[in-house]
Ligand binder design. Structure first.
Ligand code: PEP
Ligand code: MN
Length: 340
């Protein structure tokens, strides 16, 4: 169950509620918000819930107590009826404006990243994507430049007034990547890496969790719950395609997951049509569809010379193509009352 403290509740009153829950023998997971504190009580048996809820609700400094039956609580819409808007150093993710995240799959060189970033910025992207630590199916393919790549991303983003999203793969690197990144990306292969999820849950940097290519929506939301439970409430989700029997596309981009997750959860949902299709020729159509179904943001791979890309060239847009795509998206966003 979740205890929503009254907005005027003092520190002592918050502690009092926490103490009661601990005394009953249950786990306490507070989230101290700017406006109000909510306290998750974990492990309360169904049979005792009503009694405990009643006794907490009687306290004048408790606004309400919510029983949540789903396997995720903090990620659920019941817990937070309004959609969450994450402030990425002044760039909102969630809310009316659709966040445009674009850049190369991988940071290869300064010049390549610069060319891509500049074109993306010019077209309207506010968040620069790019991998410095690359998860690769093959141990022989490029693994990324590591910290050098992070430095390149940070430098270019600062020069262009952009934010940085980049992947962190290893719990031991969360602190390091957080020094350079504005959003920590959890890749599809790591969606159920619980040590990593717990570690980014302790970070102060927003987190984007990609859907595991095998993961059910409920499992994906439980991955988000790990991070939220750790105290990091700036969590967004990213649909990037799942494995099906179809091999013509690299993945099957499950766009029905967008409205489904938005029904179940308050977290912003991003769509990645690049990994989602694996084919440049399909990216425009699927991006348009993503906007139409209510995506809160887009993550798109753009390379100045896709034919020379070290990774994911086949799905990367050219700089000109990206500009064209954004122009075509604007009327679609407008038609559903949103801005780009
Ligand atoms: C990527 O964004 O380049 C990437 C590796 O994504 P995913 O984890 O979805 O494969
Ligand atoms: Mn990629």
């Amino acid at each position: 169950m979740i205890v929503v403290m009254a907005p005027h509740a003092t520190e002592e009153q918050i502690k009092d509620v926490e103490r009661r829950i601990v005394d009953w023998g249950y786990g306490v997971h507070p989230i101290y918000g700017a406006e109000r504190t909510v306290i998750g009580a974990v492990g309360v048996p169904e049979a005792d819930k009503a009694r405990y809820m009643e006794s907490l609700e009687a306290l004048p400094y408790v606004e309400r107590v919510i029983a949540i039956l789903r396997p995720y609580k903090f990620a659920s819409r019941e817990f937070h009826p309004e959609g969450t808007v994450i402030d990425v150093k002044g760039v909102p993710v969630g809310g009316n404006q659709i966040a445009l995240m674009a850049g190369p799959c991988t940071v290869e060189t300064y010049e390549q990243t610069w060319e891509s970033a500049q074109a993306c910025r010019e077209a309207g992207a506010t968040i620069l994507r790019g991998g410095a630590y690359k998860p690769s199916t093959s141990p022989y393919s490029f693994q990324g430049h590591g910290e050098e790549g992070l430095k390149i991303l940070r430098d270019i983003a600062d020069k262009l007034g952009m934010r940085v999203i980049t992947e962190v793969m290893d719990p031991r690197n969360v602190e390091l990547v957080s020094q350079y990144a504005d959003i920590l990306q959890i890749g599809t292969r790591n969606m159920q890496n619980y040590d990593l999820l717990r570690e980014v849950g302790k970070a102060k940097t927003p987190v984007m969790i990609k859907r595991g290519m095998w993961a059910k929506i409920e499992e994906w939301l439980q991955a988000a719950e790990y991070v939220l439970l750790g105290g990091n409430k700036d969590v967004m989700l990213c649909e990037r395609g799942i494995r099906t029997f179809e091999t013509y596309t690299r993945n099957t981009l499950d766009l029905s997951a967008v409205p489904a997750v938005k029904e179940l959860s308050h977290l912003p949902v991003i769509v990645d049509p690049s990994q989602g299709t694996g084919k440049r020729s399909l990216v425009t159509a699927m991006t348009k569809a993503a906007v139409a179904v209510g995506a809160d943001g887009l993550l798109i791979e753009v390379h100045p010379h896709p034919d020379k890309a070290l990774k994911d060239g086949a799905q990367s847009l050219t700089c000109a193509h990206f500009g064209q795509l954004v122009a075509e998206l604007r009327p679609i966003a407008q038609a559903i009352g949103r801005t780009l």
